[in-house]
Design a protein around this ligand. Structure first.
Ligand SMILES: Cc1cc2nc3c(=O)[nH]c(=O)nc-3n(C[C@H](O)[C@H](O)[C@H](O)COP(=O)(O)O)c2cc1C
Length: 361
């Protein structure tokens, strides 16, 4: 038995193995609420040590793409309850990923056509479209709208939205929540020193100012549901959604890791989008707690990463789309199915709940 199949105690949660299903947006929630297909999809994948469900907006304001689910209305909560029940009945464990996309949004998704919010006035380039309504009212990949700099009051109100979303997640039966602070979405738009040039206590050159919002959210959510039920995902040195490098980037993420280390969280989750080995090692050194790593892992690479002490758990994204029984396939060295990219986002149950287990196939 190799290490990835050994149990792991994640705070109060006993994981049967170290294989995590990474959060993946699948854009099938036409009414922005999960449904029976969502429940079936996650239950099929319940043999994962831990499932981290898809990015889920904490509020209408936090939405950046059509057909992603939220966790703020009664209908959404009822839908999530069906999902968590199905996963638990199948023997699994599941966290919700709490998402606010910040400037990665469009006026057609916002209440009364308001501008999306961010750390500063800014607009993402056409390289990184969002999925929203075009001028004719049709769903389309279009450029994000110009975003407006948040006021301090709005920062506090949004912190409150994270708290309500976390409380909702627990009420809906999730085992915990992951704060989505990755991918240059809202919280990362505050962390990034190239983007966040605010001149108040929430931005500018000082690292502690750029980390203030994310740590405020971590603390508020921890107070509400207990720190050991709170994980957080980051993408240090990620270059997605127009995120660019800045001189204090390395120090920013090491400082964040050491601040998070004081907070007795469930875990820190790094999505490796090209992080340097030096920064990864420094974060590992600064963060005393469970570290999850994701990004292009195979069974062998995952095993090697855990053996080398680089991480405690490894999350798999794309392999989970077509292999609901990924753990069993790894365990038995069965071949992996490969999903068509066209089925990743949107559509119906095809490419979603219709992938058989290896044995069934
Ligand atoms: C279809 C798809 C949707 C994704 N959606 C999310 C998301 O909602 N939240 C997130 O943090 N990462 C998201 N990711 C990134 C994955 O969690 C994962 O980190 C990435 O796919 C790299 O892992 P892999 O090489 O095993 O696929 C998504 C990836 C894919 C392929």
């Amino acid at each position: 038995m190799t290490v990835i199949f050994q149990p792991y105690q994640l705070a109060d949660l006993a994981l049967p193995n170290r294989v995590v299903m990474a959060p993946m947006t699948r854009s099938r929630a036409r009414s922005h609420a999960p449904d029976d297909s969502t429940a079936q999809y996650y239950a099929q994948r319940a043999s994962a040590g831990l499932i981290i469900a898809e990015g889920t907006q904490i509020s209408r304001q936090g939405q950046g793409y059509l057909w992603t689910p939220g966790i703020y209305s009664d209908e959404q909560l009822a839908g999530w309850h069906r999902v968590t029940n199905a996963v638990h009945d199948a023997g699994g464990r599941i966290f919700a990923q709490l998402w606010h996309t910040g400037r990665m949004s469009h006026v057609s998704l916002q209440e009364n056509g308001r501008a999306p919010l961010s750390s500063v006035d800014s607009q993402v380039s056409t390289n990184w479209p969002v999925f929203a309504y075009d001028e004719a009212g049709n769903p389309a990949q279009i450029q994000a709208s110009p975003a407006r700099k948040m006021t301090v009051e709005e920062i506090h109100a949004t912190t409150g939205d994270y708290v309500r979303a976390a409380e909702n997640a627990i009420a809906a039966g999730f085992d915990g929540i992951e704060i989505h602070s990755a991918g240059c979405y809202l919280l990362d738009q505050f962390i990034n020193g190239a983007l966040n040039t605010r001149d108040d206590e929430y931005g500018g050159e000082k690292i502690e100012n750029r980390l203030r919002f994310v740590l405020q959210v971590v603390d508020a959510v921890s107070k509400a549901i207990g720190s050991t039920r709170v994980g957080i995902r980051i993408t240090p040195e990620g270059r997605i959604h127009d995120a660019t490098a800045y001189p204090s980037e390395h120090d920013t993420f090491v400082t964040l890791a050491s601040e998070l280390s004081k907070r007795n969280l469930a875990y820190l989750h790094i999505f490796d989008m090209g992080i340097s080995p030096e920064l990864l090692a420094d974060i590992r050194g600064a963060y005393r707690g469970t570290l999850i790593i994701a990004g292009d892992y195979t069974k062998e690479k995952a095993q090697a990463a855990i053996d080398a002490g680089k991480a405690d758990l490894v999350a798999f994204g794309r392999p989970y789309i077509a292999n609901p029984d990924l753990v069993e396939r790894f365990r038995n060295d069965w071949p992996l199915a490969v999903a068509e990219h066209t089925a990743f986002y949107g559509g119906d149950d095809r490419g979603y709940t219709d992938f058989p287990t290896y044995k069934a196939a």
